[in-house]
Ligand binder design. Structure first.
Ligand SMILES: Cc1ncc(COP(=O)(O)O)c(C=O)c1O
Length: 472
């Protein structure tokens, strides 16, 4: 320990703490988008690898200085792009510890603390999200890998029921699996299907309504067809509108058909943590698997996602790996790799544990409520302004807005131009999308630190970009 006083590790950590503190202090005031160009960033960060190494403290300070112009203030209060949360103070602190501890969260033997923290955190998550306490949880990198893990468990289960061992025999000669997805499924669900050999192009698409929700009558029709193994992928929280598939209607149909029902709830599943919004996910607890994120609405630093499976035995059978040298437990201890496609990995349970402990049950619920109230407020404010149309029912934290040019012209083009102007202005940052054939501005409010004042300032900036004046 004495050796460490003034040692290179401490110097590097001190430099990181100093520069990170300065960065965090600048977050509320700096332009939200990146300022540096690609050429500037390459010039600042690039060049040949030096022959000689540098002192760790210098490396850290130089990195912070050179990267600064290319950083996006997504951890700040006025970042409304994609679906990106900030990092809660306790989660950030625990994430630093995770690096300092450098635990391999593969098996219990490589880090009993990481394994137990995941076990405890898994129980907290299930209880917050209203899911069965016996479900299993894999701590993965995000929604993409959560979907892949859950669908890997689904593939195992539906084929096993058909008498096929996919882990041993692969998909060669296997019974065909019918996969149903909503027309508005997130692209990562398709990527998961690709990775699992189920094919993104051979899914059956269930039509959706004007908000992006699966039409239950259409789902019923598709679910009634045939008797082959079937997986249906539903959604809690459409990435554009925030809408929810009607689980109450679809889950019983899937059960009756013997289909595996998966829920992509990357951010929307968190509605279950709030008494005010829980009704949106009514019926969801009876699904077979759920994918959700920590790095979106829970405001855990990247990367953090959860693959949750109702039947823990199925989950483990699809992912557990064994080898003679692995000192895996045969008792009650948790070997984290049983629940994820990864083997060695970061102990990403620590920051999730810290986030949940710092918020408590009420804090998580208040975070969801606050973001939804901000979304409603910005939608109301923008929607009252001439030439601005809110395209979606604002049921959660997502808002879609479209702008009509004041002196006539193409609204698609103008809406894209307003998005660009807002990005250049730097007060807030948001991105564009196309919703059911029409260009729209997408506003997603997922950060813990956003205040009503941030929402008002951002609305002013958006209206200035659209009409050249900020009329309240
Ligand atoms: C509904 C939905 N599913 C999946 C994902 C992918 O999550 P991740 O970016 O964490 O991989 C997203 C991301 O926005 C999403 O909104």
């Amino acid at each position: 320990m004495e050796q460490e006083v003034g040692g290179p590790r401490i110097a590097a950590l001190d430099a990181a703490a100093r520069t990170a503190s300065a960065y965090l202090a600048s977050l509320a005031g700096r332009p939200v988008g990146a300022r540096a160009t690609l050429a500037e960033l390459r010039a600042a960060l690039g060049g040949p690898l030096p022959a000689q190494g540098a002192h760790p403290e210098t490396v850290v300070t130089d990195l912070a200085r050179c990267a600064d112009g290319g950083l996006v203030a997504s951890a700040g209060p006025r970042y409304f792009g994609f679906v990106i949360g900030g990092s809660l103070p306790a989660a950030l602190g625990a994430d630093w510890l995770t690096s300092a501890w450098d635990q391999n969260a593969g098996i219990y033997a490589t880090s009993p603390a990481a394994a137990v923290v995941e076990e405890v955190t898994a129980h907290w998550l299930l209880s917050l999200l209203g899911l069965p306490p016996s479900a299993s949880v894999g701590f993965v990198t995000g929604g993409q890998m959560a979907n892949t893990t859950c669908l890997g468990a689904a593939r195992h289960a539906v084929l096993r029921r058909a008498g096929w061992d996919v882990e041993q025999r692969g998909l060669y000669g296997a019974p065909e699996i019918e996969v149903l997805i909503g027309a508005e499924a997130h692209v990562t669900v398709l990527a998961s299907l690709r990775m699992l050999g189920l094919g993104a192009g051979r899914v059956r698409i269930v039509p959706t309504d004007g908000q992006g929700r699966m039409r239950p009558e259409a789902a019923a029709k598709e679910l009634a067809r045939g008797s082959s193994p079937m997986i249906i992928c539903t959604q809690a929280g459409n990435v554009n509108t925030g809408s929810f598939d009607p689980f109450d209607r679809i889950v019983p149909l899937a059960r009756a058909r013997g289909a595996w029902l998966h829920v992509d709830g990357a951010f929307g599943l968190w509605a279950a943590a709030s008494p005010a919004y829980r009704r949106l996910v009514s019926g969801v607890a009876l699904a077979d698997s759920w994918a959700t994120d920590g790095h979106k609405w829970l405001n855990v630093p990247y990367d953090s996602g959860f693959a949750i499976v109702a039947d823990a035995a199925v989950h483990r059978a699809a992912f557990s790996a064994d080898a003679a040298y692995l000192e895996k437990t045969s008792g009650e201890e948790r070997d984290p790799e049983d629940w994820t496609p990864e083997f060695s990995r970061r102990a990403r349970g620590f920051p999730v544990y810290a986030a949940l402990k710092s918020l408590g049950r009420e804090g998580v619920s208040a975070l969801v409520d606050r973001c939804c109230a901000h979304a409603r407020a910005i939608a109301d404010r923008l929607g009252r302004s001439p030439g601005v149309e809110v395209l979606n029912d604002v049921v959660l934290n997502q808002v879609l807005v479209r702008f009509t040019p004041p002196s006539g012209g193409d609204a698609d083009e103008f809406t894209r131009e307003v998005v660009q102007r807002v990005q250049r202005d730097g007060t807030c940052w948001l991105s564009g999308t196309t919703w059911q054939g029409r260009a729209a501005m997408r506003i997603s409010i997922s950060g813990w630190s956003t205040t009503s004042d941030d929402v008002a300032r951002s609305a002013d900036a958006i209206l200035s970009a659209a009409v050249g004046s900020a009329t309240r």
